[in-house]
Design a protein around this ligand. Structure first.
Ligand code: ADP
Length: 494
């Protein structure tokens, strides 16, 4: 059923208070006028007090919600909608306003002839306990693909421009998570720029979404420079990611064919072996923005604060979707687990909430979660089915080390035929990808100081001889991690 029809059915059945949750003021006005066009409408809003609904002209001198309701209680209101806008601001910590709203509700319920319905409009849920049983909630969903397609084509028709199917498809994906109003604004700006509407307007959409992220202060937008070619090795993980990216970019068609929406991947394993690098390369491969979430920093001091932060962060990611959401070093939030501390309980609940959202989400957010030390994670969080796949990243094997040397030498334009990659790989057992990168950097620095001489295998071998691989430095920890990964039978990324 459509929202206006559902609202009409409730109004006709004498439900006293309908609470519409929406971010879109313009859209909600149209929605309300569609409910029952013949009913009269009075509005209260925070800025101007009691006003006419159609032109927002004040009906009396400004007064707060309690004052306005006092006035309405004395009025003859038959066949009206009473719209209370910014309801969360008007009612929060305002016992007098709540009491008067309850009195008005009682009056409405006592006389069915009155035909009055109160409509609370707000961007967030606002249900005072005293009014709980009278309120029915309606959440206005953001436009879906079909609705977005209609908005774009209607605009295009109005401006007399054509949008090619490819551009339309891309825009539909990019506009997801934005309100009707925001979409309209962006199409308008795109059109004003060059008289056309098409795929190149996606830049504007990304800028708008980046604003949303910055304003939230809960997520970080990561700049992308790496792609899958920058990863040496991990030959099982890379094709898996390519496959998921193909599903994502062909989304509506894949879904219609019966493909399940990709949820995300968990990558665990040794530090410095390419987990963060993979998160970044994933976003590049998907061609989507990368948002980084730090669960540790969301843990608030007050009861319920962490949950509220998590809910907001998820809402932001959904608003920015399609995107890749990277939850970095998830184990940090669980530090101290087992000691029974309240912190770990909150972390478990918080991550549990996150995973439930991940499984039920309908928006296009692909989650990449990374962790070094999974001994701190509650095992049920790693259970199969939560993520599409859990991968274990080990220290690179000889072949992978060769590939990693190649990536880093090539990146710095120092890969010459004289360099013996095989020899370097053989000499670096137990070195991490990050260790290998440091060796290359150090070798180049030394070659520069040595009269800008060409980088040689010998120089790199000298650097190797003077460094200790991470695998040795962290010997005990590494064994502990390995045992745990084997015990949990986690799939290898290589
Ligand atoms: P972590 O697994 O701790 O997240 P990172 O991905 O941050 O490790 O690795 C640190 C750096 O080491 C990367 O930015 C990259 O330059 C280098 N590196 C690590 N693994 C690889 C790899 N497999 N291929 C190429 N470079 C790598």
């Amino acid at each position: 059923m459509h929202i206006p029809e559902t609202l009409r059915a409730h109004a006709l059945s004498h439900y006293p208070i309908l609470h519409i949750i929406t971010h879109d003021d313009a859209e909600v006005d149209t929605l309300i006028t569609q409910i029952e066009p013949e009913r009269k409408i009075i509005e209260w809003n925070m800025a101007r007090g009691l006003v006419r609904f159609d032109n927002k002209q004040p009906l009396m001198a400004w007064c707060d919600l309690a004052g306005a309701l006092d006035n309405l209680l004395d009025q003859e209101l038959t066949h009206h909608f009473i719209v209370i806008r910014d309801a969360h601001m008007g009612l929060r910590d305002q016992p007098l306003a709540v009491a008067r709203l309850k009195a008005l509700t009682t009056k409405i319920l006592e006389s069915t002839e009155m035909e009055v319905t109160i409509i609370l409009v707000s961007s967030e849920k606002c249900v005072p306990r005293e009014l709980e049983k009278f309120i029915t909630l309606f959440e206005v969903p953001l436009p879906d693909e079909t609705a977005i397609r209609t908005i774009i084509t209607e605009y295009a028709d109005a401006y007399g421009v054509t949008v090619d199917e490819n551009g339309l498809k891309k825009l539909c994906l990019a506009f997801q998570g934005l309100s009707r109003y925001e979409i309209g604004q962006l199409i308008n700006r795109g059109y004003q720029k060059d008289g056309m509407i098409g795929a190149k307007d996606i830049e504007l959409v990304q800028a708008e979404k980046s604003q949303i992220i910055q304003k939230s202060g809960l997520l970080e937008m990561v700049k992308l420079q790496e792609n899958l070619n920058d990863i040496g090795g991990l030959e099982k993980l890379k094709p898996w990611l390519v496959q998921k990216s193909q599903i994502f970019s062909n989304w509506p068609a894949a879904r219609d064919f019966g493909v399940e929406s990709p949820k995300g991947v968990m990558i665990v394993g040794m530090p410095g072996c390419g987990k963060s690098l993979t998160a970044k390369a994933t976003a590049s491969q998907f061609g989507l923005p990368l948002l980084k979430m730090d669960i540790g920093s969301m843990m608030g001091k007050y009861v319920g604060e962490s949950e509220a932060n998590m809910r907001r962060a998820i809402a932001v990611a959904e608003a920015v979707s399609p995107c890749v959401l990277w939850v970095d070093e998830v184990e940090k939030a669980f530090a101290g687990i087992g000691s029974g501390g309240a912190g770990s309980e909150v972390a478990t609940r918080l991550f549990g909430y996150f995973l439930t959202w991940m499984q039920e989400k309908t928006t296009q957010v692909f989650v990449v979660t990374t962790a070094n030390d999974i001994s701190a994670l509650p095992p049920e969080l790693l259970r199969k089915g939560r993520f599409d796949e859990v991968f274990y990243v080990d220290f690179p094997n000889e072949q992978e080390r060769e590939a990693i040397f190649k990536v880093h030498l090539q990146k710095r334009k120092k890969l010459t035929p004289d360099i013996d990659l095989q020899k370097l790989a053989k000499a670096t057992n137990q070195y991490s990808g990050a260790d290998i990168e440091s060796i290359v950097k150090e070798g180049i620095e030394l070659a520069f100081l040595d009269d800008c001489s060409p980088l040689s295998t010998q120089r790199l071998m000298q650097v190797i001889a003077s460094t200790h691989p991470l695998g040795m430095v962290m010997k005990d920890k590494v064994k502990q991690y390995k045992d745990r990964f084997a015990e949990m039978k986690i799939k290898s990324a290589s």
